[in-house]
Design a protein around this ligand. Structure first.
Ligand code: FES
Length: 184
């Protein structure tokens, strides 16, 4: 029969062991968190690198009916100044049978959620099929046409026919003032 003193000592040992395990676990967790922070911090780019990750565009240089192509993080982006007809066509088709349904106004939203301007559509230029660069004012919807495999986008950059699965991606942008945007 175990004597009461031995049982008490055993329980005390067990309690002390649990404490040691718990304490070690806590130190381990702090250690992992500390290590993770070092990795994350090393992955955060310096301010000058972040600046290169953004592109500012002067919209006043783009007339209605024109578009320019700028580079953002090495990717081509269309900055299109849409005509009244292009805007009307894009809005009229908000309720059309779309492969990737999206309203035109939602495709103009700025990165911070503020409304954009109907005149300026800021979209990545890579076709969502295999990345070719579509040309404008071709195809049945007077928007973009991808010559690689025939995808057709409308004046909102929404996919209307062909193999591309999604709309042209809206680039994350904000207005810095009335005529300047920053992409990224
Ligand atoms: S890459 Fe554009 S349709 Fe295939």
């Amino acid at each position: 029969m175990a004597d009461a003193g031995a049982v008490g000592a055993h329980e005390e040992d067990a309690t002390r062991r649990d404490f040691i395990y718990i304490a070690a676990g806590a130190v381990g967790a702090v250690g992992v968190a500390g290590t993770a922070w070092v990795f994350v911090d090393q992955m955060n780019p310096a301010a000058d690198t972040r600046a290169l990750a953004t592109t500012e565009v002067d919209l006043s240089a783009v007339e209605a009916g024109q578009q320019i192509q700028v580079l953002w993080q090495g990717k081509p982006v269309f900055v299109r100044h849409r005509t009244a007809d292009e805007i009307a066509s894009a809005q009229r088709d908000d309720y059309a049978n779309l492969k990737d349904p999206q309203h035109d106004a939602d495709r103009l939203l700025q990165a911070d959620g503020a409304a954009g301007k109907p005149e300026y559509l800021i979209i990545e230029a890579g076709c969502t099929h295999l990345g070719c660069i579509p040309t404008f004012a071709e195809g049945a919807y007077n928007g973009w046409f991808c010559p690689c495999h025939g995808s057709v986008y409308d004046t909102s950059g929404r996919i209307r026919s062909g193999p591309a699965p999604e709309n042209l991606y809206v680039a994350p942008y904000v207005y810095l003032n009335d005529t300047t945007i920053r992409i990224g």
